[in-house]
Write a protein of this length. Structure first.
Length: 201
């Protein structure tokens, strides 16, 4: 069994509370306007990774905190569930970003949801909507919502939920490429995109 993967990286400080490992999945059916992660939209065979191999890597990172983003993680929900079953014993804080609206996903995928809800601690849902700016550190647009499924993490995520953006982003290098990690203000993300276009990067 395999997953389409864009990147796996540790440590990450800008996508969830604490020091985390972050998994970005490849492929997105939602394709939000002005998305800053367009490089994760298209999936091909070169992105396929064996799930057991991926799980072994994730389990070996010295953190119990995992963030899964994309791309769109729930486009690969069955295989994602398989991965989560292999890593749940080492990860007690699993945060997933999805562009789907959670209540709609649950209605359309009740069987997958029953499996998923036991394996995930926090879900942040909703598409990125340009012009709906948010001051909060955890979301790119104001329509997005946080669902804390694991009540043991309630205090941690309540504090995180109230944190405002401080313009701190993380630059990482992987596979001879540089990635900007975090959630900028929309106006700042546009400046970054325009700058990179001007430099033809």
């Amino acid at each position: 069994m395999q997953l389409f993967v864009s990147l796996l990286y540790y440590p990450i400080y800008t996508l969830g509370p604490g020091i985390r490992v972050c998994l970005w999945l490849q492929g997105c059916s939602i394709k939000c306007k002005n998305c800053i992660s367009k490089h994760t939209w298209q999936a091909s065979e070169k992105h396929l990774v064996d799930i057991q191999t991926l799980a072994n890597k994730i389990n070996n990172y010295p953190t119990e905190k995992l963030t899964i983003s994309g791309g769109e993680p729930l486009d690969q929900v069955e295989n994602l569930i398989h991965l989560l079953n292999l890593i749940r014993y080492t990860k007690s804080d699993i945060l997933i970003y999805t562009g789907y609206i959670l209540k709609n996903f649950i209605k359309q995928n009740p069987l997958q949801w029953e499996k998923l809800r036991k394996l995930v601690d926090v879900i942040i849902d909703g598409p990125f909507i340009w012009s709906k700016e948010s001051q909060y550190i955890w979301k790119g647009s104001d329509n997005q919502k946080m669902y804390i499924l694991n009540k043991k993490l309630l205090n941690i995520y309540k504090q995180y939920k109230n944190q405002t953006k401080n313009k701190n982003l993380q630059i990482i290098e992987a596979d001879n490429e540089f990635f900007l990690v975090g959630i900028p203000f929309q106006k700042d993300s546009q400046k970054i995109i325009n700058y990179l276009k001007s430099k033809k990067i």
